[in-house]
Design a protein around this ligand. Structure first.
Ligand SMILES: [Zn+2]
Length: 127
């Protein structure tokens, strides 16, 4: 099956780690080590960074959770929902790619600071 791995790679769906939009839903998806960010989230981050460029003593405390409005905290909480599942899926994708390249379970385990056996149990065994 010479085309098997090429087909598998093209079917993989990458999602923005921040807003969970798929690569097909955004203009650009930038990859980092195990994370992705879309052009829309980059824009949002730029906006936040630019606003903070001249921090005033009044602005800063409002960014701390203790002082955030309840509405903001509820939105933040909702945003956290499913994050672990998304990170898990992203890790599985990276492990799958490494395995397609014949990288050993020992090397994968070492990268995750777990044993070869633990890495295989988590990412290698069909669930
Ligand atoms: Zn995004």
């Amino acid at each position: 099956m010479p085309h098997a791995s090429a087909t598998q790679t093209s079917q993989r769906v990458y999602r923005c780690t921040f807003c969970a939009k798929a690569q097909t839903e955004v203009k650009t998806l930038v990859a980092g080590p195990g994370v992705f960010i879309c052009d829309e989230c980059v824009q949002l981050c730029r906006h936040v960074v630019e606003k903070k460029r001249k921090p005033t003593t009044r602005e800063l405390p409002s960014l701390l959770p203790d002082n955030a409005p309840t509405e903001t905290l509820l939105k933040t909480l909702a945003g956290y929902d499913g994050v672990f599942e998304r990170v898990d899926a992203a890790m599985q994708d990276v492990v799958d790619i490494l395995r397609e390249r014949d990288v050993s379970w020992a090397a994968i385990g070492e990268a995750l600071a777990v044993s070869r056996q633990a890495a295989w149990k988590r990412f290698g065994s069909p669930s």
